[in-house]
Design a protein around this ligand. Structure first.
Ligand code: MN
Length: 145
């Protein structure tokens, strides 16, 4: 059993509650993860395309498009569909809707820190590719052409 090496990976947090955003960010930074923050669904989708994070944590109830809609958009696009997404909510969420979004995991708030960190390690270490590296190579190629 080897420890997952997640330090240095990048997590995008889509969360409109400032206290939750601070808590998520502190927990993730404590694991050595870089955090990108988005306060609404559309900003989250845009950041996901642009930054190709290693993992996304999305709240469901957001201003504008919901976390489930944002997840569905990202999972339908080949450019972002391999990025693991954890959806969180403090409210009842319908199982059908959660499944339809194709998120990789759902965690009810208040989240258990241990379960949260275990899920993050599992999803990041099983991620099928190195999106940011690939993206950087493509960018370098494009700008030198
Ligand atoms: Mn919310």
């Amino acid at each position: 059993m080897e420890a997952a090496d997640i330090a240095g990976k990048c997590v995008l947090v889509i969360e409109d509650n400032p206290l939750n955003m601070r808590l998520f960010t502190a927990m993730l930074n404590a694991q050595g993860l870089t955090v990108l923050q988005a306060g609404d669904g559309q900003t989250g989708v845009d950041l996901a395309y642009r930054e190709q994070p290693d993992l996304i944590i999305a709240d469901i109830n957001l201003p504008g498009i919901s976390g489930l809609d944002a997840t569905q958009i990202l999972k339908e696009d080949p450019a972002t569909r391999d990025i693991p997404i954890i959806v969180t909510s403090a409210y009842e969420a319908s199982e059908d809707e959660i499944r339809a979004s194709r998120c990789d995991a759902f965690l009810a708030k208040p989240i258990s820190v241990a379960a949260f960190l275990a899920r993050i390690e599992e999803l990041i270490s099983h991620a099928p590719r190195e999106p940011r590296l690939v993206r950087r190579l493509i960018d370098a190629h494009t700008t030198s052409a």
